[in-house]
Design a protein around this ligand. Structure first.
Ligand code: NAP
Length: 272
């Protein structure tokens, strides 16, 4: 008898703390799709294609540190993933592997739910994969990103590549912007007292978004709330990037609200 059950996985290192198995499994259950999703730790990106073949995995989420390294082992990569230089989603069909990036669509969906992007100025803290996804997305939606980074050379390079302005991290206070987005890991569990910028800096912004989702409310978001800014949590981006993965893998509409509910419940439990 033919087994129609589909297998999905997350590849990264580490993966033990990831909420992706919880979120994706809940979504597949709700969609009545016979599928399993599990986290697999891999030390080297080159092992991912072999594992996908061996375990008959139809779709994979790719996380730190393999989002860039995986690209050379794929048959095709979407234009947006190529421009961003990172793949977080792999689809296997007819023995061929395709790479996509749903971090940028996840981030843009999270922003769009809350605010207007077109014509607005965004300070993007960081110059890594998440920052590149943010800059790409903001430009695509007609916004004006400014790359803000600790290492000047790296920040300037990203700004030049995307044709936008650069500002050193210590000068963030000079930027008059609409929204500040943190894409650095500063403030992430267990270093929850840290923030990438001073609380005073935030007074120049109407909105502050953190891409970190553990903790749910980072020090940056707490400072932003006290400074009178409105805030967006990284959990919203996380849910939307996962929902888009399901759309790519199945062609079906995922239960985004349910996914948000299970992720927020788990993160609230972890905070208490
Ligand atoms: P990455 O490629 O390693 O880039 C990290 C950036 O953060 C670098 O530009 C680095 O600056 C900066 N940075 C690191 N430590 C710093 C510090 N102590 N002070 C100031 N700047 C510092 O990482 P990534 O792949 O872009 O991921 C970054 C974060 O994005 C992750 O930690 C995760 O929380 C978040 N993320 C969230 C989602 C989501 O769905 N919510 C999805 C993807 C990523 P230098 O250039 O100076 O080293």
């Amino acid at each position: 008898m033919k087994n129609n059950s589909r297998t999905f996985a997350l590849f990264g290192n580490p993966v033990a703390q990831s909420l992706s198995p919880l979120m994706h499994s809940a979504a597949f259950r709700e969609m009545k799709i016979d599928a399993s999703y599990r986290a697999l730790r891999v030390g080297d990106a080159r092992d991912v294609p072999g594992e996908m073949e061996k375990l008959n995995i139809s779709g994979a989420s790719i996380t730190i540190p393999h989002k860039t390294g995986i690209m050379q082992y794929l048959d095709t990569v979407s234009d947006s993933a190529a421009r961003i230089g990172a793949v977080n989603t792999v689809t296997r069909a007819d023995g061929r592997l395709k790479g996509d990036n749903t971090d940028w669509t996840g981030l843009i969906s999270a922003l769009s739910e809350a605010l207007e992007i077109r014509g607005k100025r965004f300070a993007v803290l960081g110059a890594g994969g998440a920052a590149r996804a943010a800059v790409y997305g903001i430009l695509t939606e007609g916004g004006i990103p400014v790359v803000v980074n600790r290492t000047v050379q790296k920040g300037e390079q990203v700004a030049k590549e995307f044709g936008c302005d650069f500002c050193p991290l210590e000068d963030t206070g000079m930027i008059k912007g609409y929204c500040l987005i943190n894409t650095t890991p500063v403030g992430m569990f267990p270093n929850m007292d840290a923030s990438p910028v001073s609380a005073e800096t935030l007074q120049h912004f109407e909105w502050v978004m953190d891409t970190i989702y553990n903790p749910l409310e980072t020090r940056l978001l707490k400072d932003a709330g006290r400074a009178g800014c409105r805030t967006i949590s990284g959990a919203t981006m996380f849910v939307h990037q996962g929902a888009e993965q399901i759309r790519i893998w199945t062609g079906l509409q995922p239960p985004t609200e349910l996914m948000k509910k299970v992720v927020l419940e788990r993160l609230k439990d972890e905070t208490n």
